[in-house]
Write a protein that binds this ligand. Structure first.
Ligand code: ADP
Ligand code: PRP
Ligand code: MG
Length: 214
């Protein structure tokens, strides 16, 4: 008897960088997930299926057991407030950093130690609140769903909290990094009940992924 295992992951970077990793772990989807419109994909392993969902939905699917495993960015996991999730393995893909950024002209004379109140646009509302509350800094947060770099240019906010990799997006919009919040990469997460009920099958898959990361 084989145990069915569902892995939830998102299109975009996670899938692009995750597919080669899964391949090294011996898991290959039977059709190209970058092209297919299917949301549940078979793999070369009859017991393993890939569920393709939005990045921010991965923790929800895993918490409620709709997927046994998930691949999600640390940014998404930090922002998620549910429980019943185990963070099993740093997959070391989709690496970037979460930063506070502001107009370059301001950054050259700004001192984070002097901050008392900030007006920040971000998609990471809870993480931003938590970060600044811990430092005793008040925040007015404007929730956006993307293109945060635009906010300071149009006077929506003074600063943003966003992900930075090459820094090209900040640079192209006249912004500069001013404070580091967290290093980000994608993690393998598991449903708590699956960890007990499907222990053997999960362990063998996680071992293979561990070797693929190394
Ligand atoms: P979304 O549509 O949710 O932005 P992405 O594919 O852009 O989806 O991002 C998926 C994950 O990849 C993010 O949750 C984050 O962990 C990581 N990521 C996002 N932007 C970058 C980047 N520029 N460089 C590296 N990793 C990134
Ligand atoms: C991400 C992130 C930044 C950019 C940073 O956006 O939100 O805007 O990458 O990368 P860089 O430092 O290498 O320029 P993404 O490309 O994912 O666009 P979207 O999420 O807004 O679609
Ligand atoms: Mg993105």
């Amino acid at each position: 008897m084989t145990t069915a295992l569902n892995i939830a992951l998102s299109k975009g970077r996670i899938l692009e960088e995750g597919l080669p990793l899964l391949e090294r772990a011996g898991i290959r989807p039977t059709e190209n997930p970058l092209k297919s419109r299917k949301l549940i994909l078979d793999t070369n392993l009859p017991e393993v299926k890939l569920t393709i969902i939005r990045a921010a939905d991965v923790p929800t699917y895993v918490q409620f057991g709709a997927a046994d495993l998930g691949i999600a960015g640390k940014d998404v996991l930090m922002e998620y407030e549910g429980d019943g999730l185990y963070e099993l393995l740093d997959l070391k893909i989709a690496r970037c950093r979460m930063m506070v950024a502001e107009p370059k002209s301001l950054a050259s004379r700004d001192d984070p130690d002097s901050w008392t109140r900030l007006r920040i646009a971000t998609k990471y509302v809870k993480t931003t609140q938590r970060h600044f509350a811990a430092k005793g800094i008040q925040t007015d947060i404007i929730k956006l769903y993307g293109s945060m770099e635009l906010a300071p240019l149009v006077g929506l906010s003074d600063r943003i909290v966003d992900l930075v990799d090459t820094g090209n997006t900040l640079k192209a919009n006249g912004l500069a990094e001013v404070e580091h919040i967290a290093d980000i990469s994608a993690w393998l997460v598991a449903n708590r009940a699956s960890m007990k009920m499907k222990q053997q099958a999960l362990k063998s898959l996680v071992n293979r992924l561990e070797q693929a990361v190394a």
